[in-house]
Design a protein around this ligand. Structure first.
Ligand code: AMP
Ligand code: MG
Ligand code: MG
Length: 209
């Protein structure tokens, strides 16, 4: 058997690329803001054969309805007011993201890809509710994803509570700041790579129709 660092046990996958996504959003200690709005939109394009991150989309987003971040939100995410002030609103970020998808050959049919998230919240709840609230079209590529907790449970035999327990069980060191979207993406990608190196074959786990 190959070592944990080796790519020898990686099996052919249904997808050429995994798009690891982790939104951060407005929040407060007690009640959830209504509407909750995305403030950080990071995506890593991970090659399913080489496990290399080939491209990164990363944009902070200015919230419209509650433009002032709460102290709780700043403390949780490490995103300070200056990082969202003057940034584009969600409709423009969705346009830039679509342009990134095009530039990266992810929607012309030349490659196949799927989003990977930790939990179902990002693509089942957060993005659809924000698109609905602001009456924005949601691209069809957002309608299916892999919740990494499910393949983790299949491969490791335990349904994990979150990202931190998954890293611990895989013996992978946590990188950066927990609840920073871009750092969370890097850690989720490390979990994904850990499972790929253990020979796991990934399937879609969630859809929104
Ligand atoms: P995460 O990807 O786990 O960093 O969380 C995504 C978003 O969920 C955060 O940006 C917050 O809006 C919300 N969230 C996560 N953890 C908490 C928490 N303990 N209390 C309130 N909101 C949270
Ligand atoms: Mg998350
Ligand atoms: Mg996060």
């Amino acid at each position: 058997m190959a070592s944990r660092e080796s790519n020898d046990d990686i099996k052919p996958q249904q997808f050429d690329y995994f798009l690891v996504l982790d939104f951060e959003a407005t929040c407060s200690r007690d009640e959830k803001p209504d509407p909750q709005e995305i403030i950080e939109f990071p995506v890593l394009k991970v090659n399913s054969r080489t496990l290399e991150t080939e491209s990164i989309f990363h944009q902070y987003v200015q919230p419209r309805v509650h433009p002032e971040l709460t102290g709780f939100c700043v403390e949780l995410t490490g995103i300070i007011q200056d990082m969202v002030d003057g940034q584009p609103h969600i409709e423009d970020v969705l346009k830039s993201f679509h342009a990134w998808m095009i530039e990266n050959g992810l929607i012309d049919g030349s490659t196949s890809s799927v989003f990977v998230t930790c939990g179902d919240w990002d693509l089942k709840t957060m993005l659809p509710s924000q698109c609905q609230f602001f009456n924005l079209p949601m691209q069809s590529y957002f309608r299916q994803w892999i919740n990494i907790k499910k393949p983790f449970a299949e491969a490791m035999g335990v349904y994990p509570k979150g990202m931190m327990p998954m890293l611990k069980m895989l013996g992978v060191k946590h990188q950066g700041r927990h609840h920073s979207g871009i750092d969370d993406c890097k850690n989720i990608a490390n979990i994904l790579c850990g499972l790929l190196r253990r020979g796991h074959v990934f399937k879609v786990t969630g859809t929104n129709q």
